[in-house]
Design a protein around this ligand. Structure first.
Ligand SMILES: Cc1ncc(COP(=O)(O)O)c(C=O)c1O
Length: 462
């Protein structure tokens, strides 16, 4: 039975783009898996619980280095996704050395109720480098848990429980995180999630559901909707979102200032999920720096140095009030090994000026993609900030109809040519390389992308 389509033209059954049930995925396996890879692939599919997006997998990897992932035959792919953990590059030698040192020093874990020097140094470092006013950290193993700590903190300090978040957002797989997430893919079929969870539109200027041309009008309408909910739902604890959406959709500073103001007026905490966007990705150390300072900043992914799972929140002094409750009672709250990896990652990003590099190279890539758009009708819109870039493929520029099948074709063709990327919302190709990528490597990636677009425009299906 066909599913209901949301107003922004997304095909819900394909909102995640490349899933492991599409015929093209099957074709990719047939054409690209070596006999050995096929054997491991089948073992993987035999022993893992299957779910869309992971098992059965795309391919089997043997290595990851810098901007590349490598298959079993050692074929390298420029990884434009990296699950967001690879800001300082895969297998970063300085992060590995820091982890080795920590292993050799003997403290690889820290039981709760004790502390250790790397964990203290990490919390201190985050107080120094996050936007002014954020100074109290709490860590946990994964991003979803960090999101839920932020939500719990907001409930504790406001004494309220409701939340506002955004349609199409993703904040993690846990019940709390998936409850505030805005994609049916991750909470459909689970029954009731968290109570009091309200969703609003993100200010998407290219694809706003009202047909507005002016950004100011989109901002005003989006702010009006937030205020409508705030005015009618008195038990509101927090508004949570990524400063820039995953596609990416980049709101104006005016929009976030408006949200900041509404949160203050209604006594609601503003939570920014920078699990993807933190640590230099957008051309500044934190994406918040482009907009406003939140009350709680949520970090993850690259925080673990691309090696270890680690995440956390950083918040204001005034919310350091929980003497009789625990909101993040995690076994790995002060894991010394994870903290050592995180410190080395942060140092590497700062010492190598990777945020500045992301700003410069991102601007260059954006300019080249804008030129490409003039040559290719399939490219409807290009957006990016730093090395957080999305290419919205359309089958008709006038109607902006999402070119979902073409996007999948381009993605698989790129993969065969050595460029791994991911589609979002079905038709948006995302480019989020490791921040250590050079201009020459970016040129190579863009050349592959254009070749694939050319082939698909020429009628060559995958
Ligand atoms: C924006 C965002 N928030 C939260 C999460 C959840 O992080 P984790 O997978 O570490 O739980 C993700 C993961 O993809 C993410 O992209």
């Amino acid at each position: 039975m066909p599913k209901t389509q949301p107003p922004n033209g997304k095909r819900m059954e394909r909102e995640q783009g490349d899933v492991n049930t599409t015929p093209n995925r099957r074709k990719y396996w047939e054409r690209n898996l070596s006999p050995e890879a096929r054997r491991w692939f089948e073992e993987d599919a035999r022993y893992f619980l299957h779910q869309s997006l992971s098992t059965p997998v795309l391919n089997v990897l043997s290595g990851a280095e810098g901007i590349y992932i490598l298959d079993l035959e050692g074929k390298p792919f420029i990884d434009m996704h990296g699950n967001g953990v690879h800001n300082a590059g895969f297998n970063n030698p300085e992060v590995i050395a820091a982890v080795r040192r920590q292993l050799d020093e003997g403290l690889t874990f820290c039981p709760r109720r004790y502390t250790n020097i790397p964990a203290i140094q990490l919390a201190k470092k985050l107080a120094e480098i996050t936007p002014a006013g954020l100074c109290r950290s709490l860590f946990c193993p994964g991003g979803s848990e960090a999101i839920e700590m932020a939500l719990a903190l907001a409930r504790q300090v406001t004494g309220r429980f409701k939340t506002i978040s955004f349609w199409d957002s993703f904040h993690g797989a846990g019940f709390g995180a998936a409850g505030i997430g805005g994609e049916e893919h991750f909470h459909g079929g689970l029954g009731p999630m968290m109570p009091g969870t309200f969703h609003v539109e993100f200010p998407n200027y290219y694809r706003n559901p009202w047909g507005f041309d002016r950004e100011e009008d989109v901002d005003a309408e989006c702010l009006r909707q937030i205020e409508l909910v705030l005015g009618r739902e008195p038990e509101m604890s927090a508004l949570i979102g990524e400063p820039i959406s995953a596609a990416p959709v980049i709101p104006s500073r005016r929009y976030w200032e408006g949200v900041r103001d509404l949160c203050r007026r209604y006594g609601v905490l503003l939570i920014f999920d920078e699990i993807i966007e933190g640590f230099g990705r957008t051309g500044k150390m934190f994406a918040s720096e482009h907009f406003v300072t939140p009350d709680v900043l949520v970090l993850g992914k690259s925080l673990g140095g691309g090696i270890l799972p680690f995440a956390g929140i950083v918040t204001r002094e005034e919310y350091n009030t929980l003497q009789h409750r625990s909101i993040g009672h995690y076994t790995h709250e002060k894991n010394a090994l994870c903290a050592a990896a995180a410190l080395a990652e942060i140092e590497y990003i700062a010492d190598h000026r990777l945020a500045e590099h992301a700003a410069e190279l991102g601007a260059y890539a954006l300019q080249r993609l804008n030129e490409m758009q003039e040559r290719h009708p399939l490219i409807g819109h290009v957006a990016g900030l730093g090395l957080h870039i999305g290419i919205d493929l359309v089958s008709d520029r006038a109607t902006r109809a999402r070119a979902v099948d073409e996007a999948e074709g381009v993605m698989f063709k790129c993969l065969e040519k050595g460029l791994s990327s991911k589609t979002i919302d079905g038709n948006v190709l995302t480019l989020r390389p490791a921040l250590v990528i050079t201009r020459e490597e970016m040129d190579r990636a863009l050349a592959i992308l254009e070749e694939a677009i050319d082939e698909v425009e020429g009628g060559g299906s995958y």
